[in-house]
Design a protein around this ligand. Sequence first.
Ligand code: SAM
Length: 217
Amino acid sequence: MNTTSEEVLWDRMIREQIEARGIRDPEVTRAMRTIPRSAFVPEGREAAAYDDAPLPIGFGQTISQPYMVALMTELLELTGTERALDVGTGSGYQAAILSQLAASVVSIERIPELAEQARSRLARLGIANVDIIVGDGTLGLNDSAGFDAIVVGAGSPEVPEPLVAQLLPGGRMVIPVGGDHVQTLTLIRRGYNDQVRTTTHGSCVFVPLVGVHGWRA
Ligand code: SAM
C-alpha cells in the first residue's frame, strides 16, 4: 500500500468510524491518528487495516475493530499519568494506543508467539513505555502497585476478581462480559471509598478470555 492511499484510508477510518460514531475525546483520536493500524495486521493484509472490522492475526485471534478500541479507550478517561493494564495483547494495537495516553502500560498475552510479534511491532515504532508479558491476564499482575486503568480485550463470563482487586481507588476497568458469542461492554469504577460501580455500554463480540477466571481452555 502506498503512503497516499494509506493516509486516505486512515483519515476516513477516523472520521467515519470513530468521530461520526460519537468518540469525543480528542486525545483518543490523536492517538489513533498517530499509531498506524497497518503496522499491526499480518503481512499482506495492510490494505484491509483501516476496514471497519476486526481482522485475523493468527492462532484463532483477532485485532479488534478500530471503533471498539476507541470506545474502550475513551471509557478509561486517561489523563497521561496512569499505570495501565492491557489484558490480551493480541496484535499490540490497543497497547500502542494506550502508550500514547498513559504513563506506562503492562500488556499480558497468553500466546507467546503473539506476545513476541507485538513486542517487535512496538519496538519498530519506537514505543518504549509498554511491557509485554506472557501469562494468564485473568490473574492480573501479581505486584503490589495496582492499576489506574485496565482494559480487557477478550470476552469473559464474569469480571475476574483479581482484576477488580488490582484496580486502584479512582481506577477504571473496561471488559466485555457475557457469553462466548456476544458480550456487554462493561465499565467498572472503583471509588475512593472503595465502592465499585458498574455501567454498561452496549453489545460487543470478542474472542474468549481463556484463563483461571475466564473460560476454560
Ligand atoms: N487488543 C488486541 C489488539 O489490539 O490486537 C486484540 C485482542 S484479541 C481480540 C484477544 C487476545 O486475548 C488474544 O490475543 C488472546 O490470545 C488473548 N487472551 C485470551 N485470554 C487471555 C488471558 N487469560 N490472558 C492473556 N491474554 C488472553
